[in-house]
Write a protein that binds this ligand. Sequence first.
Ligand SMILES: [Zn+2]
Length: 377
Amino acid sequence: MKKILLLFLIFFVLLSLFPHTVYSDLAEEQKKLEKYKIELEKIKKAINDTTINEKTAQALLDSIYDEIDKITSNIIVIQNKINVVNEEITAAENMIQQKTQDILQNEDQIKASINLSYKLAAISPIELLLTGQDPDTMNQRIAYLSYISLSSKTILDKTKVERELLTQKKEDLIKNKEYLNQFLSEKWKQQEVLKEETAMQNKLIATLETRKIIYTKKKSEIEKEIEKEKALIEKLIREAAEAGRVLTTGLIWPVKGPITSYFGWRTHPIWGIRSFHEGIDIAVPTNTKVLATASGSVTYAGWMTGYGNVIILYHGSNISTLYAHLKNFAVKNGDLVAQGQIIGYADSTGWSTGPHLHFGVYLDAKAVDPLKYLVQP
Ligand SMILES: [Zn+2]
């Protein structure tokens, strides 16, 4: 007999402990879920930021590539110009060589004619008389030779001037070439800098890409955790509802307010006849949050004559609760709810003289006095 009593005692102790464990677990899991949701939002933002950064880097990279292309075509143009200048320099050099040869030839010719005229001039008039030559004719010949050497001298001077001009031109061309080469090396340098920049941008993009992959992985992990949490919460709610132990810990108040009508026989406020009031009326302002008195499932959320918008929750073990005259619903048929969860908002729908919550408790489909089950807040 004692043993049986002891077993009973243990059973009741466990019974009273169980709901507490379930609900504290549930609160714990709901807290975790909220944390995961915040984390998810953070990671989504991080992914978004990374995507924007990546796009910016990509746009910058594209513009750098465009710039490199422009510089490359500049380089080609400059190189072509340098080639042309080189050809011009070669042409000038050839002409200078030609002029130098001309000058040498002219100089030889002049020397030869001057020698001849000197030779002729060295012959004395007596000698000319003796040889019977006409001194006038001789003088004319000397004059002619002098003329030849004079004209050769003119050509020589002209050629020298031409060669000077060509040398000047060549120098200008070389200067031009130097300038072009300098310009070219500047372009090469610019291109080098831009190529380094593309390497950096590519590296940045790769880093962002890797980061995005990590974030995305993290995101799907969090999403999985959220799904797991949701499933766990549902399971806990279902277990709690199925265990039906809520009444051992008591129901929490769905709203806080003064009781304006108690459970039992009363004169109906609208019809003025004696009728049985299957719950309590708690006066609250319109839009007051209505909370689930215990965990359970929504068995009805809709219109009911008299009650207006009404929600019925089933908590397991044939225990149900009813919330009437609501403005609207925060849950729908079939939803699982946790104790303290918002299920709707108070109003005055249906047969009601003012905003209040009608709250009913049913045990085996029979109305019972809610005040016997509600715990003090
Ligand atoms: Zn009522």
